[in-house]
Design a protein around this ligand. Structure first.
Ligand SMILES: NC(=O)c1ccc[n+]([C@@H]2O[C@H](COP(=O)([O-])OP(=O)(O)OC[C@H]3O[C@@H](n4cnc5c(N)ncnc54)[C@H](O)[C@@H]3O)[C@@H](O)[C@H]2O)c1
Length: 334
């Protein structure tokens, strides 16, 4: 298989994508950042020659030596850059959240549809070893049918929120909470209704709630909960618990073990099985590998434009419910 030739745009978290791409044999055809210092830093760090360093992404669009672009710029720019690269015939791996507004997600879905290029949204939790294992266990049937699933995104943003993350549209439920929402959608399907409460006590520098709890209705017999705290006083966690009719799984993206309870013949859960798992909550290599495989073959990407947009739609429903005090049904019509 010929290595995919990729341009990485946005060189802060984007450096994880350079490592992801290099880690699975891709070729870095270009790097781009409008900040000179960040461009130079990444260029030197990964020994990218001067002629492959660009300050303006538009210089990359007509190049024939680029198959795909990674978009790792602030969320407000995702739509413009993603649509530009798609319409220039490139495949795109765009960072999460796909975008901050419904209008933007719809424009990105349209651009992917109209160009036939692959658009993957970087919902990296789907490549976290503990969550990949959780997905496999759910599919194996060992938990029976899920009746309650919960995930939390607790991550202290105190020191990193004084910038584009303070945009009122970049509510914590979209910015970071989209990880927990996407994980529950992946494991439990699309919630049909949500109800949420929010509080604002910890991050004076943002205009939105810094903690939100939402209950989700997945179907007649399955419910869920998402908790998002971006001012929490603790280390990063995405503790996730899946309750099924035959067993229960407790896991996290920051824990080296997961705990599995299964019911014996008497219907009772006895001593749990402790399963060891690699801690890798930003598995950029596996994520890029999945993208490159989909680009090279006929397979669709795991988190395509509609998947990314549906996750944002659930986040919007949660924010609206917390604001209005009413249950909200996410709008999945893309
Ligand atoms: N998957 C994850 O867990 C994860 C973690 C961190 C960030 N992210 C996402 O990655 C993206 C970038 O986040 P970050 O933390 O690196 O932000 P950042 O502000 O630290 O860095 C953004 C970089 O993009 C550059 N940039 C901004 N606009 C640009 C443009 N139009 N053209 C070229 N370069 C531009 C900036 O100069 C800067 O170097 C965001 O979408 C964020 O939500 C995802």
């Amino acid at each position: 298989m010929k290595p995919i030739r990729v341009a990485v745009v946005g060189l802060r978290f984007g450096m994880a994508h350079i490592e992801g791409a290099l880690g699975c044999g891709a070729e870095i055809a270009a790097i781009c950042d409008c900040n000179e210092d960040n461009l130079r830093f990444a260029g030197e760090r990964y020994s990218i020659p001067e002629e492959k360093r660009f300050a303006d992404y538009r210089a990359l669009l007509s190049r024939g030596d680029i198959d795909a672009a990674v978009i790792a710029v602030p969320d407000q720019w995702h739509r413009e850059l993603t649509c530009a690269f798609l319409r220039a015939g490139k495949h795109v791996l765009c960072e999460k959240p796909m975008a901050l507004t419904r209008e933007d997600t719809m424009a990105m879905v349209r651009a992917a549809d109209e160009t036939g290029r692959k658009l993957m949204v970087g919902q990296i939790c789907r490549f976290t070893p503990a969550f990949e294992k959780a997905k496999a266990l759910v599919e194996s049937g060992v938990l029976g049918e899920l009746y309650f699933l919960e995930s939390e995104y607790a991550h202290d943003y105190m020191k990193i929120v004084d910038n584009w993350r303070a945009d009122p549209l970049r509510h914590g439920v979209i910015g970071g909470g989209c990880h927990a929402v996407d994980l529950l959608r992946w494991l439990g399907g699309d919630p049909v209704e949500v109800f949420a409460y929010g509080t604002k006590r910890l991050l004076p520098q943002v205009p939105y709630d810094d903690a939100t709890v939402a209950v989700l209705k997945f179907g007649e017999n399955t419910m869920g909960k998402v908790f998002v705290s971006t001012g929490c006083k603790r280390d990063y966690t995405m503790r996730t618990v899946l309750y099924g009719t035959k067993g229960t799984l407790i896991c996290d993206n920051t824990s080296p073990t997961m705990t599995l309870f299964t019911a014996g013949e008497d219907g009772m859960a006895h001593a749990p099985e402790i399963i060891g798992v690699e801690v890798n909550n930003h598995n950029a290599v596996r994520e890029f590998e999945a993208f490159a495989e989909a680009v090279a073959g006929d397979a669709p990407v795991l988190t395509d434009a509609r998947e990314g947009a549906k996750t944002v739609a659930v986040c919007h429903a949660i924010i609206e419910s917390a604001r209005t005090g009413k249950p909200v049904r996410p709008d999945y019509a893309f």
